[in-house]
Design a protein around this ligand. Sequence first.
Ligand code: HDE
Length: 750
Amino acid sequence: RTPAEVIKDAAEAAVDAVTGGTKPDVPGKPGSGTPTIDEPTTPAEPLPPKHEQGQPDTRTPTGAETGVPPVSHAQQGAFLTTAQGARLRDTDHSLKAGPRGPILLQDHHFREKITHFDHERIPERVVHARGAGAHGVFTSYGTAADLTRAGFLKHKGKETQVFVRFSTVLGSRGSADTVRDTRGFATKFYTDEGTFDLVGNNMPVFFIQDAIKFPDIIHAAKWHPDREIPQAQSAHDTFWDFVSLHTEAQHHTMWNMSDRGIPRSYRMMEGFGVHTFRLVNDAGETVLVKFHWKPKLGVHSQVWEETQLTGGVDPDYHRRDLYDSIEAGAYPEWELGLQVFPDTPEETFAGIDLLDPTKIVPEELAPVQPVGKLVLNRTPTNFHAEVEQVAFHLGNLVPGIDVTNDPLLQGRLFSYLDTQLTRLAGPNFHQIPINRPHAPVNDMLRDGFHQQAVHGGVAPYRPNSLDGGNPFEAGDKENAFLDVPVVVTEAPKVRDLPVSFKDHYTQVRLFWQSMSPIEKEHIIRAYTFELGKCYHQEIRERQLQCLANIDPVLCEQVATGLGLPVPAPTIELPQVTPSPALSQVGHQWPADGRIVGIVVDDTDLDGVAEVREAIAGAGMVPLIIAPHGGKVGGLTVQRTFATARSIEFDALLLAAAPVPAPDAIPARDEKAGAPRTAAVDPRVNLMIDECWRHAKAIGGWGPGAELLNRIGLAETPGVVTHDTATGVLAAVQQLMAAHRVWERFPASVA
Ligand code: HDE
């Protein structure tokens, strides 16, 4: 017999063994003679939950409930083992042919150790590569109950675990935190009804209106492809080439050139969902909304020179600030708010197209309504496991929150799943601990690279009868996700955008007109700096033309700085009503977690101790800065004149005017600066100088006050002297509430 006949016979014998010799019938096939097996219509006994895809195990090995996913207590077991659990005698020497001989290929431990190490890194994110993350809790105010059926927003007092990742956009994973850039603000809500991701930025608008342009803006803004420089900078030709040609980018560009582009801290940034979303309530009614995060500490920024210094002195500045503040108990807080608009067929509000991601709706027209509070209270246990592997996705929606047709949002719905396939190497990244939902999972996704689950059952398809028809689709009663049946108008297929998207300048002018004079001055300087770094004259000129279409003063000032003629506008400048809510200046804010440096030597240590306690008592962080490490009196020194730099402090107090010790090695580095007064250590001089230039509050008492008098600063704005330590602190605290002392530098533009 032929091999084919042998196989056929064997197969028939196997079937006979199962069916007892009768031919199997096709279930349900009319006329087949066997009883019909209908598709089940009611749930059978559910299959036991699949442990591997159930909720993350939040118990310790002894069964204690922790509420958080398990942590592998590395470096704590009794013996070092291989990945297979064999105990190791020696991990310091490879196996060689004699002590001076080559390493043997047979050395399984060497190969395992090096191979694993060789593959420790995963690809960094194509954008937003540099970031920092933290865990926290979101508590609902219940105020959105009428607007959405999403349980985590609907129920007052409902607490939901979250993970937030902040990021810059342009730089590589190891780039500096404090660069001029947009910041990512991505939040994963682990709700009972599935995971909801709000993947936003610290700016409410975006460079492009259609997702298909994303590779273009990113190729233009990131490094030049030949040399991979500049790193994490927009001050280069390709960025300005693109945004000056593609004028819908002008609004976002101005946000980047404003103080929002150089935040003081992640804790002091607003967050925006950017797009308009659609909420659905229990009655099936819908509204359109924009999401806002409002920081408890207010919106604050560094000043440009400070940002540049920080990039060198402490490139991890924002990451450190986030982790330090959480560990100090100064938990970062935001309120989640909604701007709510009627869901009309036009999808506009006050004439503003809600689908255009280059437009805002001023808060004065649609106030932000608070719906809950976010508190970040836990730093990551392992950066790679949590911050690097977290995968956000706009499509992670829960019942009650749906998307709109914003063409940028629509494209993002594709990109965020797709990108993880490379970055996290396959389709099972949702099983990585940080990405696991906290709601029960019962999907029919199977196999693939890095599959962690051992799925039971035989019927991963629907409909089925073999697994009892499980799992069943949920209906309305079970709060299933509902795609809002928005009517898609009968329209021809086109590669186009609505006409309203063509207005690229009105809102840029609105933003400019809403700035205070000092903020305008910063914007002028930022454009002048960035364009000054471009090599191509035609790019500068083209961008000046864009500025002429925004505002004549802005254009003229930047043109003067560049030494170029001022172009005339090519459009009629629109009348705009400023939105004061866009300005950062002119408010009073809590000083929680702000850092106050105190320069001491051995003078008035009681006063220093008192002021230090008062600072800590006010929820701020005091840092004692002394000529040497160790202790001064009973006080622990936290920074020495060698390690301290002004960028770290929000305010500076001088308890002393330390002179260099006669036998000290002279401070002849960049910290020494030009000699100003031999009567004070040059490094202290520099700290005062920088704090003054960066509009920070400065105070002194005793010899500190004398020093400020001597160098002529005592009478200047934001510099206070007093007889007592606490007197100085009280005045400095008041100044800090406004964040910076802008009166020191009266602005030259109106
Ligand atoms: Fe993203 N974006 N983006 N983006 N984005 C990514 O997803 C993308 C956009 C934002 O901390 C990537 O997982 C496209 C707007 C944040 O892990 C990628 C478009 C806003 C983060 C991606 C946009 C954002 C990302 C890279 C245009 C503010 C970091 C790695 C249609 C509302 C998330 C990743 C984190 C990350 C694509 C535009 C915010 C490639 C195609 C607008 C905060 O999928």
